[in-house]
Design a protein around this ligand. Structure first.
Ligand code: HEC
Length: 256
């Protein structure tokens, strides 16, 4: 009797882990609802769940290795010998289920979530130091040259930025609706009108990959343009962008 049972040691360990999982998933939320007198179930946090399951598996393995005989019984379950029909069925089930469970875990780990993040996002994080000292060289030129740069910048803006930011820089480009974090309406004076030109210069050159962590929730789609556009093109785009949106960049405060 005892011999027959220990032949299935691996199954008992797996069953124990499944019981632990079911308890944490379905029973403990109800138990804690009663114990803590809440009006809703208290689900086990997923990280805690993971640690309990890992500890459950480890405990099972420790038990299976407490004696040589147990270890042999534990591993021999996988060997193809003539045993009861039940063993044959369970063995095949295990060999099919294991890759499926691992595949399911990897899949659910890696698919992008559709739920919106709960964290707040900082739209305008601090400008990095190396961009602090940059200046738009074309703003010091004569009005005629400035006019020409704005026109060139508008063409570049329509070529590269319109798909997301829209032909009127109002954030209504044909791609805009497909992003969880929509490009904002630059015509609104509360957007690019509140930042100095070198702030826009940084955002265009570095894009979403250059954002610090407090601005990464919601996954910005803004590309980094530093490999595709030259600095003078970026300055021109900025001039064209502000002109298209009908707002002016914030001016630096002058020291008294
Ligand atoms: C694939 C879509 C996409 C393209 C193409 C794109 N952008 Fe963006 N951009 C975004 C999104 C989405 C945001 C808002 C999230 C963020 O701030 O990163 C944004 C933000 C910005 C901001 C920051 C605004 C602010 O107030 O913080 C600037 C400036 C900007 N884009 C300029 C440009 C320029 C100039 C181009 C063309 C060279 C361009 N973008 C091309 C999607 C795009």
């Amino acid at each position: 009797m005892s011999k027959k049972r220990s032949n299935f040691l691996m199954i008992w360990v797996i069953l124990a882990v499944i019981c632990l999982f079911s308890f944490l998933k379905y029973v403990s939320p109800e138990v804690f609802q009663v114990l803590m007198a809440k009006d809703h179930p208290m689900p086990t946090p997923s990280t805690l769940m993971m640690w309990y399951i890992i500890m459950g598996v480890l405990a099972g393995l420790v038990y299976a290795t407490t004696s040589d005989k147990k270890l042999v019984d534990f591993l021999s379950f996988l060997l193809p010998d003539r045993g009861p029909a039940l063993k044959f069925v369970l063995q095949k089930l295990l060999l099919i289920a294991f890759p499926l469970v691992v595949g399911w875990f990897v899949y659910s780990w890696s698919i992008p979530g559709v739920a919106s993040p709960v964290e707040l996002r900082i739209q305008h994080p601090t400008l990095p130091q190396e961009y602090e000292k940059q200046n738009n060289p074309y703003r010091e030129k004569d009005p005629e040259t400035q006019r020409r740069c704005i026109e060139e910048g508008k063409i570049l803006f329509q070529t590269y930025c319109r798909p997301c930011h829209g032909s009127k820089a109002d954030g209504n480009g044909p791609f805009a609706n497909s992003f969880r974090l929509r490009p904002i309406n630059f015509q609104d004076p509360g957007t690019i009108g509140t930042v100095v030109e070198n702030y826009a210069f940084w955002r265009i050159k570095e894009g979403a990959p250059g954002l610090p962590s407090e601005s990464t929730p919601w996954d910005s789609a803004m590309p980094s343009w530093k490999d595709d556009l030259k600095d003078d093109e970026v300055w021109k785009i900025i001039m064209g962008e502000y002109d298209t949106a009908g707002v002016v960049p914030r001016q630096r405060e002058k020291a008294e």
